[in-house]
Ligand binder design. Sequence first.
Ligand SMILES: Cc1cc2nc3c(=O)[nH]c(=O)nc-3n(C[C@H](O)[C@H](O)[C@H](O)COP(=O)(O)O)c2cc1C
Length: 380
Amino acid sequence: MSAAKVFRTELCDILGIDYPIFLAGMGGLAGEGHAAQPALVAAVSSTGGMGVLGATGLPLEELRAEIREIKRLTSKPFGVDVLLPDEIAMSPPPNMSLSELKKKFIPQQYITFVEKLSAEYEIPLTETKLDFAFSEEHSKKQIEVMLDEGVPLYCSGLGIPDWVVPMAHEGGMKVLGLAGNVRAALRHKKAGVDFIVAQGHEAGGHTGRVGTFALLPQVVDAVSPTPVLAAGGIADGRGIVAALALGAAGVWVGTAFLFASEANVTEVHRKMMIEATEEDTRISRVWTGKTLRQLKNPIQEAFDKSGMPPLPMPVQILLMIDLIYSLAEAKRHDLLCAPTGQIVGMLKEIKPAKRIMEEMVESAVEILNETLPSKVTIRT
Ligand SMILES: Cc1cc2nc3c(=O)[nH]c(=O)nc-3n(C[C@H](O)[C@H](O)[C@H](O)COP(=O)(O)O)c2cc1C
């Protein structure tokens, strides 16, 4: 960091970082790979924050290779995020092909819906040749890879199954869980996680129903003394200082880092994000079965209008997976899922992650040292 500002909270001491700013573990902009890729993770960690790899859906060998790539790029601490639903709605029998899985788990009207989309947009469906990465067995193997590679922090974007925390702690890995309401935060606390992210409704990606301003102090009070990070709508020093005032020990930032030059985002989505206003995102369950905030697009509108209830996760992903990869192959990124938060309307410029970090720290320090003291008069 250019102007070596000191801006620390308790989190920095626990994790050995300089600034309480985390890069959110952002997984796939479906069909485009994962947004928080090794180069971005390493850039945030090297600048004194906590980079977190968005590793959801990565096959085991790729997960290991990406962890090694981060370690090659930086000697600083980092984390790995994997969505780990605590209830997995299907247990795929081993060695079943994707088409057999679809026949077994997906009702015909859903298949017809996807076929109609494929015809309407003239995107022939090719069958995806992928390991379907959602099973308890696969999740356990992912955690084993992280432990084996000495990853300092594991982050869970959805649930925390009972077995995770003891296994992680035994191997010396800290655990962070995301929560969209007080109930989920209390479950994380009961499971023994080290840090909890209170993620508000305005956040990009999977999100809950309560806004950051209302959620954060309630989670902080409920789980004290567990350190809480604030997420949802934070992109500059103003958001960071507000989060600290509401009781957070740090911030978990997604959308703002999508504007980093190191983020894995297609040019189509970059342009859409730069042009988007604060009203251009919407929540839909079409891609994963769970509520996910993303830039508006016609596929999600068609599903929402169809009136069909979403299938549980991960069956809805299984339904959409061929269309997702066929759209990516056809370069129709405009029709793909682009998880993005409401703060997007404020962000207009692509810049290196280091610069984003510097601006966040410099503006937070300025607000604390100068703006607030000049604005607020306190008399005793
Ligand atoms: C492109 C994108 C992908 C995301 N993927 C994941 C993910 O794989 N796992 C996860 O825990 N959260 C994911 N999220 C949510 C973020 O972790 C984070 O909570 C959110 O971005 C914070 O709100 P903000 O976008 O307003 O900064 C994603 C968010 C975005 C924008």
